[in-house]
Ligand binder design. Structure first.
Ligand code: URA
Length: 240
């Protein structure tokens, strides 16, 4: 092998499947600990840490976003930045208690491009989503949620494939192999990016009304039966 070829091989290791990092015990705490060491794709290199899902281990509802953002990468928790604030608001207006739902992402590392001091979100590739889905499906197996709600097209396509169109199927509740009830709705970040105020307001209303559907399928007492983890008792977040 030529020296040039050897150098390239050393600097670009092959994609390692998530299976190699999955623990033998498949509880959520064991998965979280194992995911912290995941090197199944290159996204772990520039990221600060793995951002695993969080919420009660007996939650009946799982929300799935795309990937952590800048704030989530620094704090190591999903949906704690601006999109998380909109999600909190929408859940509160939908009367779904956020501390009783499990929140995670399709991809567990922040993918970004550096522009000066800013780290700008980059959409994960189909391959990165597919590799990382090993963690998501392990989380689902451990949690066994009654209802999965995907926030945005990336999360929805992780389940339904790339031909899934949010514009056509937003808010439709269907039965799937992963949960008796499954639905996709807007991603809060997509709403925050909408420029026209009336369009943004309509999308926010649609998100709230989609989230309200959770209570048609998972009764509030089942939601409230989920234990309240300490981690969601965090102090109010400072504004960004
Ligand atoms: N956007 C996501 O999809 N997930 C997060 O955790 C934060 C922002």
């Amino acid at each position: 092998m030529s020296p040039a070829r050897r150098t390239r091989t050393e600097t670009t290791p092959p994609i390692t499947p998530v299976a190699a990092f999955l623990p033998s015990e498949r509880s959520l705490p064991a998965l979280r600990e194992a995911a912290a060491r995941c090197e199944a794709c290159d996204l772990f290199r520039p990221a600060t840490q793995t951002v695993f899902g969080e919420g009660p281990e007996n939650a009946s509802v799982m929300l799935v976003g795309e990937q952590p953002g800048d704030r989530e990468d620094r704090e190591g928790r999903p949906f704690v930045g601006p999109a998380g604030r909109l999600l909190d608001e929408a859940l509160a207006l939908a009367e779904v208690p956020r501390p009783r739902v499990y929140v995670t992402n399709a991809v567990k590392h922040f993918k970004f491009e550096e522009r000066g001091k800013r780290r700008l979100h980059q959409r994960p590739t189909t391959k990165e989503i597919r590799v990382c889905s090993g963690w998501l499906f392990a989380e689902i197996e451990a949690l066994k949620p009654q209802m999965i709600v995907c926030l945005g097209a990336t999360a929805a396509q992780t389940f339904m494939g790339p031909s899934f169109r949010l514009t056509q199927h937003r808010g439709e509740v269907i039965t799937t192999p992963w949960a008796p009830f499954w639905m996709a709705t807007y991603h809060p970040s997509a709403i925050l990016r909408m420029i026209e105020e009336n369009v943004r307001a309509a999308a926010r209303e649609a998100l709230i009304s989609d989230l309200r559907q959770i209570l048609n399928h998972v009764p509030l007492d089942a939601l409230e039966a989920a234990s309240r983890p300490d981690v969601v008792e965090a102090a109010p977040r400072p504004d960004v």
